[in-house]
Design a protein around this ligand. Structure first.
Ligand code: ACO
Length: 321
C-alpha cells in the first residue's frame, strides 16, 4: 500500500533567547508565575532579518539533509503559519524560491496552532493520490510580531521558530512505516476566545493576539482527548501501544491533563514548551525534531501528533516512523 512516510526532520530557532527573568524586566510578571502556570522557562524571539520564511527555509534545508534528498526532488510544499511574511503571496512560495525548487505545488495552510496537523493531513492525502511523490511539510511562526507586549496574560506564553518534515510516498507493508490515521476538526463558534483583532479585510492592520486562556484550556483538554481516541480507533491501536506523543506545546498543564485522560504515561510525552514556549504551528515539528535528534524517537516507533488552536481547530495523526 502507498503511505506517506516521514523520512527527515529539521528545525530552526531565532538567535535571541529570552528567559522569563528577561521578560520580567519589561512586563509585570515573574519567572515563578510563568513556570508554575505554564512550564515555560524561556522562548526564542525573532530579531531583525529573521522572518517566518527565513526560519522555515532553515528548517526545510535541515529536513532535506536529514532525508538525504535534494530540494529539486520536492513536488509539494505546504507551510502552516498564522504569521506569514506577507498577506500574499504564500510564504510557502518564498521558501520554494529560497530552496531553488521551482514548479511544484506550494501553498500555506492557516489553522493557527493546529496548522501543522492540517498541513500533514493534507500532504498525506495528496501523496497517497499521487499528486506528488515527495513533500515538505513545514510549521513556521513569528508570533512575537502579533503579540501585545503590554498584555502580560498573553505575551509571556509565545515564542518564534520553525520545524519541517520531509514526507515521501512509499509502497510499504501493512506493518511498515507511514501515516496510519489522521482526524481534523474545526468549530468556529468560539472565535472570541482566541483571535487576532485585525486583518487585511477588516481593520487593514495586522492586529494583535487576544486570548481568554482559562476557557481555551478547558476546551483544549476535552477536544484533544476526543480526537486522540478517534485516531486510535481508526488505526485499531491501543493507547498503551503508542511509543511517543508529540503534542502542540501550549502549556505543560494541558499536556499533563490530556495524557492523564487517556492513561498515557507522562514519560512518553515529548515536552519542549519549557525551552521554546508556544510556537503555534511550529511546535509539533520542532518537538519531533528535538526527540528524533536526541535519539528518543527511533525508526519503527509509533508516534502520535496532536494539536489544538485558534478557530477552534484541532486534530491528531498517528504515524509509524
Ligand atoms: N504574570 C503574573 N500574573 C499574571 C500573568 C503573568 N504573566 N498573567 C495573568 N496573571 C494573573 C491574572 O491577572 C490573574 O490575577 P487575578 O487573580 O488577580 O485576577 C491571575 O494571574 C490568574 O489568571 P488566570 O488567567 O486565571 O490564570 P490561569 O491559571 O488560567 O493561567 C494561562 C493562565 C497560563 C493562560 C492558562 O489559562 C492557559 O495556559 N490557558 C491555555 C492557553 C493556551 O493553551 N493557549 C494556546 C492554545 S491555542 C494556541 O496555541 C494559540
Amino acid at each position: 500500500m502507498i503511505r506517506a512516510v516521514i523520512t527527515g526532520s529539521g528545525s530552526a530557532l531565532p538567535a535571541q533567547c529570552v528567559t522569563n527573568d528577561d521578560l520580567a524586566q519589561r512586563v509585570d510578571t515573574t519567572d515563578e508565575w510563568i513556570q508554575e502556570r505554564t512550564g515555560i522557562r524561556q522562548r526564542y524571539i525573532a530579531g531583525e532579518g529573521e522572518t517566518t520564511s527565513s526560519l522555515a527555509t532553515e528548517a526545510a534545508r535541515k529536513a532535506l539533509e536529514d532525508a538525504g534528498i535534494d530540494a529539486s526532488e520536492i513536488g509539494l510544499i505546504i507551510l502552516a503559519t498564522a504569521t506569514p511574511d506577507h498577506t500574499f503571496p504564500a510564504t510557502a512560495t518564498q521558501v520554494q524560491a529560497n530552496l531553488g525548487c521551482r514548479g511544484g505545488v506550494a501553498f500555506d495552510v492557516h489553522a493557527v496552532c493546529s496548522g501543522f496537523l492540517y498541513a500533514l493531513g493534507t500532504a498525506d492525502s495528496l501523496l497517497r493520490t499521487g499528486m506528488a511523490k515527495k513533500a515538505l511539510v513545514i510549521g513556521a511562526e513569528t508570533f512575537s510580531r502579533i503579540l501585545d507586549w503590554e498584555d502580560r496574560t498573553t505575551c509571556v506564553l509565545f515564542g518564534d521558530g520553525a520545524g519541517a518534515v520531509v514526507l515521501e510516498a512509499k509502497d510499504v507493508e501493512e506493518d511498515g512505516p507511514g501515516i496510519l490515521a489522521t482526524r481534523l476538526h474545526a468549530d468556529g463558534e468560539h472565535r472570541e476566545l482566541l483571535y487576532v483583532d485585525g486583518g487585511p479585510s477588516t481593520t487593514g492592520e495586522v492586529g494583535k493576539l487576544r486570548m481568554k486562556g482559562r476557557e481555551v484550556f478547558r476546551h483544549a483538554v476535552v477536544n484533544l482527548a476526543d480526537v486522540l481516541r478517534e485516531v486510535l480507533e481508526d488505526a485499531s491501536v491501543e493507547a498503551a501501544d503508542v511509543d511517543w506523543v508529540v503534542p502542540h506545546q501550549a502549556n505543560a498543564r494541558i499536556l499533563d491533563a490530556t495524557a492523564r485522560k487517556l492513561n498515557l504515561a507522562p514519560e512518553k510525552v515529548i515536552v519542549t514548551v519549557d525551552q521554546h514556549a508556544n510556537t503555534s504551528a511550529a511546535s509539533v515539528p520542532l518537538a519531533l525534531d528535538v526527540a528524533k535528534k536526541d535519539g528518543r524517537i527511533k525508526p519503527g516507533d509509533l508516534v502520535m501528533f496532536e494539536a489544538m488552536g485558534g478557530g477552534f481547530t484541532w486534530g491528531a495523526s498517528l504515524a509509524r516512523m
